[in-house]
Write a protein that binds this ligand. Structure first.
Ligand SMILES: NC(=O)C1=CN([C@@H]2O[C@H](COP(=O)(O)OP(=O)(O)OC[C@H]3O[C@@H](n4cnc5c(N)ncnc54)[C@H](O)[C@@H]3O)[C@@H](O)[C@H]2O)C=CC1
Ligand SMILES: O=C1[C@@H](O)[C@H](O)[C@@H](O)[C@H](O)[C@H]1O
Length: 336
């Protein structure tokens, strides 16, 4: 079966996902596009999906009989309305992170999906599909012994002037928040944030870098450096320290060169390249589940847990150095 896909939001990631569905993956076809910037949707139609119909609104796209499943790739604050509309229409929906920009919004999605009685939503936490993280999880489960600490870093070369301090959590750390719950099979109990001196490239409304420390129910302490003006590249690091040994996230494959009296490996600069394989696998998973009228992978519940944790981390930014407690409600049976 070919799943007819409608994409809402045809900016950086919407365009890239449309490309992979049309040109890389099996079992899907882009039949509909929508963006508040119609020119962007028109450009994606012209370059990637010539058969797609352009809709003025996401709601009209979701209602179309020519759309079996939906990709929500618009700005974060618009995700909730589209995911709720997709659930109401009974159509599988892949939603880019964040599921919603508030924990209350994510909870409304969880409630709607539970009321629908089946999984319809996959959240775009692609790191769970990254070959390096999958190997790391296997090493932690089989070799390192019980985890005690995690040291991590999330570094972007630069960000725009619209990227302000809380976005380091909602937009950036949210990937670590999700992937460490999955990697450690654990939940968080408290968050703490420390700011070193602000780096010279950080603009007025951004305190960069910062270190977020999360503690889990099993007692693991995770420190993550977020540095979004690191300048040198896009660099994701993670090391798990266990009772018997240490496991480290592999570096992306890169040719090692001996040149000009230097030993060199290229470092990537763009998240699209760093996680290209993971995006492919996550969307192939979505297409397979959507063909069965359902969803798999990271759930609405995971999106909700990430939102609750993000809110606590933002509070922790506001009271530097102090611990902010994190508590979660009971998990509905749909997400057992
Ligand atoms: N999983 C990942 O690694 C990544 C996820 N993202 C997430 O994807 C989403 C989009 O990010 P980007 O593509 O980087 O942003 P972008 O700004 O390049 O594209 C967003 C597009 O959505 C459109 N849009 C905004 N409001 C809309 C609405 N109400 N209806 C329809 N279209 C609307 C904009 O006109 C724009 O074309 C964000 O939630 C972001 O956090 C982004 C980058 C990487
Ligand atoms: O999701 C993403 C961006 O929105 C975000 O701004 C980056 O920090 C992340 O590394 C990338 O994966």
């Amino acid at each position: 079966m070919t799943v007819k896909i409608g994409v809402i939001g045809t900016g950086a990631i919407g365009r890239d996902h449309a490309r992979r569905i049309e040109k890389v993956l099996a079992g899907g076809k882009i039949t509909a596009l929508s963006d508040v910037n119609m020119a962007s949707a028109e450009a994606v139609k012209a370059e990637i999906a010539p058969d797609a119909e352009i809709f003025a609104t996401g709601e009209e796209l979701i209602a179309s009989a020519n759309v079996d499943a939906v990709l929500v790739c618009s700005w974060g604050q618009t995700h909730e309305q589209y995911v709720l509309a997709a659930i109401a229409a009974g159509k599988p929906c892949f939603c880019e992170k964040p599921l919603a920009t508030t924990a209350d919004g994510a909870k409304r999605i969880v409630d709607a999906e539970v009321a629908a009685g089946k999984r319809l939503v996959q959240v775009g936490f692609m790191r769970r599909y990254d070959a390096g993280y999958v190997a790391l999880k296997s090493a932690v489960e089989s070799h390192t012994g019980a985890p005690i600490m995690v040291h991590a870093a999330h570094r972007n070369p630069r960000v725009g002037n619209n990227y302000v301090t809380p976005m380091a959590i909602h937009d950036t750390l949210i990937h670590e928040i999700d992937v460490f719950r999955w990697l450690l099979d654990d939940d968080y109990t408290e968050a703490r944030v420390t700011f070193p001196r602000k780096c010279a490239r950080s603009h007025e409304k951004l305190r960069d870098p910062q270190i977020v420390t999360l503690k889990t129910a099993k007692g693991v302490v995770i420190d993550t450096e977020i540095f979004v003006n690191c300048h040198y590249g896009y660099d994701i690091q993670c090391e798990v320290v266990g009772e018997d040994g240490i496991a480290k996230l592999p570096e992306p494959m890169a040719i090692q060169m001996r040149l000009g009296a230097k030993l060199q490996n290229e470092i990537l600069v763009d998240w699209k390249d760093r996680f290209v394989g993971a995006y492919d696998v996550e969307l192939q998973d979505f297409l397979q589940a959507a063909a069965r009228g359902t969803a798999s992978g990271p759930t609405s519940w995971d999106g909700y847990m990430a939102a609750v944790t993000s809110d606590a981390c933002v509070k922790a930014q506001e009271c530097e150095g102090e611990a902010v407690a994190i508590t979660y409600p009971a998990r509905p049976a749909l997400y057992a």
